[in-house]
Design a protein around this ligand. Structure first.
Ligand code: PEP
Ligand code: MG
Length: 779
């Protein structure tokens, strides 16, 4: 039998009908309103290629170097020619057409023709989303479309991934779902539980017309938040819906149209429709036993379910037939749309009135926690901070790290996303809100508050009292990536404190893009000069070796890019021995980075000796990076010191940070110094390009790493470095931002280094952008 009706399919038929087919069959069997349809089985495809005798030639054509784009193109073409150029056996044609004809109620039905691959266990998660789907197909084109779905198993992208992962092409089969189109008047998606917290809240997004508009993100949908238990509608946000997609009555094609004026700002769903959707949401979640991400449509008052997948942002995928792995990405993207309404509506969305927010700052390290406020001043004894306390302080200091580890959360008056508090709390996985302006005076010792390190809010009382769930940082709310996405651009991680090395390595990052050694030095509690004076140079070297070694060991053989000292004088001044530091008007533009190192060569040499010692010990994965260079003179001088302590600059990998416009403009001469890489320190590059102090809250809204001037410098440096064969990377905070990631990948950056909590998202973002580039190339 070439076809199976959805009524006869269950989740156990995965091998026969593929993931999508099995999921739709399962839903149909559960009595959910799925539009009728049938599946051209995977066996039909297999028999077709085998009986026509094209299988061997087909698989042999795939044996190519996946990095060779001409060969990829040729392999795709061969597959298309073989599959589309071979006639379907008469019996198969008849069977498919006969099944199709029964769907039409007398008329020729419009159907969707969707690929449904069987290799759901492929390590690369988004594989299943890569094959073709055709909408509004009628009899005339049906058989051709089925074959096109088959051929899409051999798209360049699919071939590339299978080759890269060593997955045999002959082991993937493809079924095709043929399903009646729902001429949706309204459609959207529904999460049967809150997609990031898992709370029993149904979130519905709805727009006019076909669902593609919502799923593709081309229209901002209405948003409805419903209590799953009581079915009370807690929140309705009506969006301005400019566009809709619908079927053109003449051609049957999906077209984009403007939404008529009177419907643009009108609410899409009636209370009755919401009720019906909620009922379906409960039913489908009960059926699967896990929260679901549902695509739905409404036509002539009837609600249809088009697709249901587990929400993988909450918990591990159950491996249900319905698992379409790209749902993580979709759910995250759609969730992003919900979040775009701003912190206020989200506070409401989680059932907690905005009015309870007593203080706001920047969400610097994700997670929601409650605890007792412990106001910590500089002179305090930090051993007062106990397990479960919330540190509230003006600004964290390096000597607070042990106490920060004990704390459940951290709140500061001052500092931005790249402040010590933000960096360290992210690495420790402790939720933090920084830059609140007045936490140390607005809050009092012993008070219980809840902080939200995503939204940057502080509310009175504990989460428990409100019946909310606390959640720890990323690992707790998002499942670990079972297999890290394969990306051509390397994705690395930033580490500042050696204690974070293990957590950082567990992200599956391709190495450390920035190890800031000043955090190690600052945690000694005394200035390097004083440490050396008190304990001798060897002891100082030993401290550095130990700290860097801990990270290098954890990541070996993945590369670890350690940076020579770059602390501004105001940070040193807090340390013992700091009284002799100069009092600078603007430390950010003062005596820091390579400038200080080249003036204080006695200290700089000890740092370099630490690198030399690590190489001697066999840590050849350590790379050396120089901060805040302006020109070749800086780099040449540093290089001489490196060689003087026995570092072979030919053999070892070393490079510079691009943090000033001067260094970006001088990239050719820097490359001539023999650097292996240039890494964008966008925190500084932005502040120096825009003249916006990165630590100054008054101008925080002007600190824009995506400013065209910054991007122009970065883009030019990448272009030059590609010509000169110098690797490029980013290690500033902006490397964790999707827009920056897209820009860099498009320009051809070699690697991106992100914060620990962002690595996973960046891996996915890089992958998405790379795939888009491959696709654009193909189209
Ligand atoms: C930067 O400037 O972007 C950077 C990574 O260095 P730091 O934040 O330590 O100045
Ligand atoms: Mg910097």
């Amino acid at each position: 039998m070439a076809v199976l009706w959805l009524d006869d399919v269950t989740a156990d038929d995965l091998d026969t009908v593929g993931g999508k087919g099995a999921s739709l069959g399962e839903l149909t069997g559960a009595g959910l309103p799925v539009p009728p349809g049938f599946v051209v089985t995977a066996g039909t495809y297999r028999t077709f290629i085998e009986e026509a005798g094209i299988d061997e030639e087909l698989f042999a054509a795939m044996d190519i170097d996946p990095e060779d784009s001409a060969a990829l193109r040729a392999a795709e073409e061969t597959a298309r020619d073989l599959i589309l150029g071979t006639e379907l056996p008469e019996s198969v044609r008849e069977e498919i057409l006969e099944a199709y004809r029964t769907m039409g109620d007398g008329d020729e039905a419009f159907v969707a023709v969707r690929s449904s691959a069987t290799a759901e266990d492929l390590p690369d998660a988004s594989f299943a989303g890569q094959q073709e789907t055709f909408l509004n197909v009628r009899e005339e084109a049906l058989l051709e479309r089925v074959k096109e779905c088959w051929a899409s198993l051999f798209s360049q992208r699919a071939i590339y991934y299978r080759q890269r992962q060593g997955f045999p092409h002959s082991e993937v089969d493809i079924a095709v779902v043929v399903q009646r189109m729902v001429d949706a008047e309204k459609s959207g998606v529904m999460f049967t539980s809150h997609p990031s917290t898992g709370e029993p809240e149904i979130i519905i997004e709805a727009a006019w017309g076909l669902g593609e508009a919502v799923v593709s993100g081309s229209v901002s949908p209405d948003n409805y938040v419903v209590d799953r238990e009581t079915a009370a509608v807690d929140e309705v946000t009506v969006a301005d819906k400019k566009l809709l997609m619908e079927k053109d009555a003449e051609t049957g094609e999906t077209v984009e149209r403007e939404v008529p004026e009177e419907k643009r700002e009108a609410r899409v769903l009636t209370d009755d429709e919401i009720e019906r959707l909620v009922e379906l949401g409960r039913q489908v979640e009960d059926h699967y036993g896990t929260p679901q991400d549902v695509e739905w449509a409404i036509y002539e008052g009837e609600v249809y379910m088009l697709q249901s997948r587990p929400i993988t942002t909450i918990a591990d995928s159950t491996g249900d037939a319905g698992t379409t792995p790209s749902s993580t990405e979709r759910a995250a993207a759609t969730n992003g749309g919900v979040d775009a309404d701003g912190a206020g509506s989200n506070a409401n969305a989680t059932g907690t009135g905005d009015d309870e927010v007593i203080l706001r700052g920047l969400g610097a390290s994700p997670g929601i926690v409650s605890g007792e406020v412990r106001i910590v001043t500089k002179l305090d004894h930090l051993d007062q901070v106990g397990e479960g306390d919330l540190i509230v302080t003006e600004m964290t200091m390096p000597d607070m790290v042990p106490a920060m580890k004990r704390a459940v959360g951290i709140v500061t008056d001052e500092g931005g996303m790249t402040s010590h508090a933000a960096i360290v709390s992210r690495e420790l996985g402790v939720p933090a809100v920084v830059g609140t302006g007045s936490a140390t005076t607005a809050l009092s010792d012993g008070q219980v508050v809840t902080i939200d390190g995503d939204k940057g809010t502080i509310r009175l009382g504990s989460a428990e009292e409100r019946g909310e769930e606390e959640h720890e940082p990323v690992e707790a709310v998002r499942p670990e990536t079972p297999v890290k996405p394969m990306t051509a651009t390397e994705v690395k991680v930033n580490v500042s404190i050696p204690e974070a090395a293990e957590r950082a390595a567990a992200t599956g990052a391709d190495g450390v893009g920035l190890l800031r050694i000043e955090h190690m030095v600052l945690s000694l509690g005394v200035t390097p000069e004083k440490y050396i004076a008190d304990n001798g140079a060897d002891a100082y070297v030993e401290e550095l070796v130990e700290g860097i070694r801990e990270v290098a060991e954890e990541f070996y053989p993945r590369p670890v890019r350690a940076r020579t000292l770059d602390a501004p004088t105001d940070e040193f001044r807090e340390l013992e021995g700091g009284e002799s530091e100069p009092d600078e008007h603007n430390p950010m533009m003062g005596w820091r980075g390579i400038r200080r190192s080249l003036d204080k060569t006695d200290v700089f040499r000890q740092e370099l000796r630490a690198f030399a010692r690590l190489y001697e010990m066999g840590y050849d994965n350590v790379e050396l990076m120089l901060p805040l260079v302006n020109d070749a003179a800086d780099v040449e001088a540093a290089k001489q010191h490196m060689e003087a302590v026995g570092i072979d600059t030919e053999k070892r990998r070393w490079g510079v940070m691009i943090e000033t416009p001067a260094s970006a403009l001088a990239i050719e001469e820097l490359a001539d110094c023999g650097i292996d890489f240039a890494s964008f320190g966008t925190n500084d590059l932005t502040q120096y390009t825009l003249a916006v102090d990165r630590n100054n809250g008054n101008v925080a809204d002007r600190f824009d790493e995506l400013h065209p001037a910054v991007l122009s410098l970065i883009g030019d440096v990448i272009e030059t470095c590609r010509e000169l064969d110098v690797d490029t990377s980013i290690c500033g905070q902006a490397g964790s931002k999707p827009d920056m990631v897209d820009f860099l990948v498009e320009r051809g950056v070699t690697s991106i280094s992100a914060n620990i909590d962002a690595v996973r998202d960046v891996q996915h973002e890089v992958k998405r952008t790379e795939q888009k580039l491959i696709l654009d190339d193909v189209r």
